[in-house]
Write a protein that binds this ligand. Structure first.
Ligand code: BV8
Length: 258
């Protein structure tokens, strides 16, 4: 009798089983989950308009100090893209997962690197914005929040109404800036407690966000990656699913097991 090859579970079935058994889930999302809502990813090419600019060099305090008009225009263009975008089935599936876990007295934390607020608009509630939000701007001197017009800003850079001579800046975390301590604290607490960590739509190259999945695995959490392209974690997670978040998440989360 020829030996039956040990069956390698279908990744989608494996993911479904891990989710059904999970008690405490942490999800980390990146720009890829908002791509199907029409928001350009961070490293996937912003748009013909900005093709000559490298986002990683624009998303720095140095760039803002050197050329506040260009940086302000870029962020306000992205803010408009975020306002026009609507949550896609990937965002909605994660909101449904949170409700299903709550219904079975489980725990759910959504860590996002995204600044677009689409998870909130999709109905997710326990959302930790690791890199802030583009939908709020603050005074570059006092840090006070600045009311913005819904439409494009009238001038770039946009003067702060709070401190003479200061500018409005997006309330995001730039490279070289520390993440909000409350967000880091919330993330570390959730990661320490989770038994399942799901990474979705991120190139897994930006720290400290990219470290969380390794911390979760180190204390025994199962790990799943859902991403269009391979990343540095694809070969180390328990389940690696290559695909679009808006297509894969509804397949593994609906109906969400209570
Ligand atoms: C800090 C906000 C210290 C602004 C962003 C080790 C430890 C700590 C720091 C470092 C470290 N090593 C290096 C650093 C420095 C740096 C860093 O990580 N550099 C990297 C590039 C090497 N980190 C920092 O500077 C951080 N600060 O550590 O401060 C400190 C402490 C005390 C005092 C002073 C300082 C701050 C990092 C945050 C920077 N801000 N964004 C803005 O948005 O403009 S990061 C930026 O990258 C975006 O937020 C983005 O979310 C993030 C990660 O990118 P992704 O989301 O992954 O997007 P990307 O385009 O790369 O990938 C998309 C993926 O989706 C792709 O893989 C693609 O295949 C996939 N995809 C596409 N479509 C789909 C899809 N997947 C599924 N479905 C689809 N449809």
């Amino acid at each position: 009798m020829p030996r039956q090859p040990c069956a390698v579970p279908d990744p989608l079935d494996h993911a479904r089983r891990l989710i059904a058994d999970a008690r405490s889930v942490v999800v980390l999302t990146g720009a890829g989950i908002s791509a199907e809502s029409g928001i350009p990813t961070f490293r996937g090419g912003m748009d013909a308009l900005w093709k000559d600019f490298d986002p990683a060099t624009l998303a720095t305090p140095e760039a803002f100090a050197r050329d506040p008009a260009t940086v302000s225009r870029w962020y306000d263009w992205r803010r408009q893209k975020c306002r026009e975008a609507i949550p896609n089935p990937g965002h909605l599936a994660l909101a449904a997962l949170e409700r299903a876990l709550e219904a079975r007295a489980g725990r759910f934390t959504l860590l996002t690197q995204n600044v677009d607020r689409l998870h909130h608009r999709a109905g997710s509630s326990n959302v930790v914005e690791l890199h802030g939000t583009i939908m709020h701007w603050r005074c570059s001197a006092s840090g006070r929040e600045i009311e913005l017009p819904d439409g494009p800003l009238p001038t770039y850079p946009f003067p702060s109404p709070h401190c003479a001579g200061s500018l409005a800046r997006p309330d995001v975390v730039w490279f070289g800036e520390p993440l909000p301590s409350a967000a880091v604290h919330a993330a570390q607490g959730a990661v320490a407690d989770c038994d399942l960590f799901i990474s979705i739509g991120t190139s897994s190259v930006v720290y400290p966000a990219a470290a969380f999945i390794h911390e979760a695995a180190a204390h025994g959490a199962a790990t799943i990656e859902i991403n269009r392209d391979a990343t540095p974690i694809s070969s180390v997670v328990d389940v690696s699913i290559r695909g679009r978040a808006g297509e894969v998440l509804p397949q593994i989360l609906n109906p969400v097991p209570n």
